[in-house]
Design a protein around this ligand. Structure first.
Ligand code: HPA
Length: 282
């Protein structure tokens, strides 16, 4: 599984004159223009793009999700920004949703920084705040590792049948990102992943906050599970785009949410460039 896509990906990376990138940042909803707005990040060169379609991965239909990898280099190192992710609510299987991270993972990328937009479940969370993900609850009812234990191209298992999820979100990355986002309002908490696409009812939001969850969204948990199974180092953060349904008088509107995210998203992207420089010594 994924071997043809992985080989195509490796070929495209070589064609751009790069070694296997050191890290991949997944840009979630609201982060669509963040790279342009954070452009000319000092010391990094834009090398080029690889579209999902060109390597056999389906493209996203969600607004603000382009469906490509953008490569940046710094000295001999490079990093990937995944622009656009796939979601279950678009009708994709959990395996399809994880392909845009697992193809580069199987090609040798080791670090993954996942971002998303999420509804805040804490009264003190405001739109534009960041929540670094300490842990998650997968309430989607599905898991990307269902079925035969996924294998590498050489037939070896990618990871154990029952992977340990005790430290799914890497502590060192969490500390590093918090450090680099100084100046923003940054929290740490548990992300609850739901299937969507309907937003939550106020009753669901009230239940989730009484369960002790801090943010709710429609992505990320499947990617974390598949990556964690493969032994990758994973970090995640939520950009709080709105208060959970029923917690404020605002009506939930996806396009308003995207707008709220833009300014904060550019700041976060700049912070992630610095976090990668320091954590990976680039
Ligand atoms: N709920 C679920 N997903 C979301 C939300 C929300 O309130 N905001 C952004 N993504």
């Amino acid at each position: 599984m994924l071997s043809a896509e992985t080989i195509s990906f490796q070929k495209k990376i070589s064609a751009l004159g790069l070694q296997i990138p050191r890290a991949q940042v997944v840009l979630g909803s609201g982060f669509g223009n963040a790279l342009e707005e954070a452009a000319n990040y000092p010391g990094w060169n834009l090398v080029g793009d690889i579209s999902f379609r060109d390597i056999g991965i389906v493209s996203s239909t969600a607004p603000d999700h382009a469906g490509k990898y953008r490569l940046f280099s710094r000295g001999n190192n490079s990093v990937i920004f995944q622009m656009g992710r796939l979601h279950g609510y678009e009708g994709n299987s959990p395996k399809a949703v994880t392909a845009p991270v697992m193809v580069p993972r199987l090609a040798g990328v080791e670090n993954f920084l996942l971002t998303n937009a999420a509804g805040g479940l804490m009264a003190e969370y405001r739109p534009g705040d960041v929540m670094i993900i300490r842990d998650h609850v997968n309430l989607t009812g599905q898991n990307p590792l269902s079925g035969e234990n996924p294998k590498r191209a050489d037939g070896q298992d990618i990871g154990p049948r029952f992977p340990d999820m005790s430290n799914a979100y890497d502590q060192a990355w969490r500390n590093r990102i918090r450090e680099e986002l100084k100046g923003m309002r940054v929290h740490e908490g548990t992300y609850l992943g739901v299937a969507g696409p309907s937003f939550e009812t106020p009753a669901e939001v009230s239940l989730f906050s009484r369960w002790g969850m801090q943010a709710v969204g429609m992505s990320t948990v499947w990617e974390t599970i598949a990556l964690c199974h493969s032994g990758a180092r994973v970090a995640g953060l939520s950009l709080i785009s709105n208060a959970g349904a029923g917690m404020s008088d605002e009506k939930l509107d996806h396009f308003v949410i995207l707008d709220t995210c833009r300014a904060a998203a550019a700041k976060i992207v700049r912070g992630l460039f610095s976090a990668m420089e320091k954590e990976l010594k680039l």
